[in-house]
Design a protein around this ligand. Structure first.
Ligand code: SAH
Length: 224
């Protein structure tokens, strides 16, 4: 089966079947070659209904979760979006396919480099930074229309609220007392007040502090 046929089956059986209706999200998911964001040995499994390992004990998210988080954030064309937790780069590609201008930060150097490479090869408009997105190091002074966190956060970090423009949205899996996480959509109103709307229960790898990887030289990353 060609990858486009696999993508079509994934969309109808895993995404539309679970209630995602946004044509923009479905078109973006249809267009991104998910298999190319995985190690060679896992490419045949790329379209299954599950997260998959990408090395460094990290995972590419389940397709449904990518679709759901994209639908909640709903970036419009040209909006500036920050993703925290680049991982494979797949979610960043889906956001870019929606027409967003994406900056994505990843704390593990090897993953950041691999994601940067494949995103560039495929021509996606994504800036990948080797950086810790859990605080405000490195992104000081930047502002975004939307922030998507793809690792489990204990809470909303104040720096995310601050970087968000009025009218902006944050989508983040927040740890809950019963175990696991729950997707939070946090909206910033025109006057800077926030509204929280809770959605699906889910499971993500944890958001961790600090960068991991070799520091080759000076001045190479935004945390310097
Ligand atoms: N969005 C990814 C899946 C991410 S898995 C994809 O589409 O493949 C979560 C990622 O978040 C992991 O790669 C992990 O290293 C990264 N991460 C965890 N804590 C982080 C932090 N503080 N800053 C940046 N990245 C972080």
């Amino acid at each position: 089966m060609s990858w486009t046929a696999s993508a079509e089956t994934m969309i109808s059986e895993q995404i539309v079947a679970r209630g995602i209706r946004s044509e923009a999200v479905l078109a973006a998911m249809r267009s991104v070659p998910r298999h190319l964001f995985l190690p060679h040995s896992l490419r045949e499994s790329a379209w299954i209904d599950s997260p998959l390992p990408i090395g460094e004990d990290q995972t590419i998210s389940q397709p449904y979760m990518v679709a759901r988080m994209t639908e909640l954030l709903m970036p419009s064309k040209g909006e500036e979006i920050l993703e925290i937790g680049t991982g494979s780069g797949y979610q960043a590609a889906v956001l870019a396919a929606m027409g967003a201008q994406v900056t994505s930060v990843e704390r593990i150097r090897s993953l950041a480099e691999q994601a940067k490479k494949i995103l560039a090869e495929l021509g996606y408009d994504v800036t990948v930074l080797w950086s810790d997105g859990s605080g405000d190091q490195g992104l000081k002074g930047r502002s975004f229309d939307g922030i998507m966190v793809t690792a489990a956060a204990p809470d909303v970090d104040p720096s995310w609220d601050e970087m968000l423009r009025p009218g902006g949205r944050i989508v983040v899996p927040v740890s809950v007392a019963s175990g696991g996480e729950r997707l939070l959509l946090r909206k910033k109103g025109p006057l800077g007040t926030f509204e929280n709307i809770w959605h699906d229960y889910c499971r993500f790898v944890p958001l961790l502090k600090g960068r991991k990887g070799e520091r080759l030289c000076c001045g190479e990353g935004p945390n310097e």
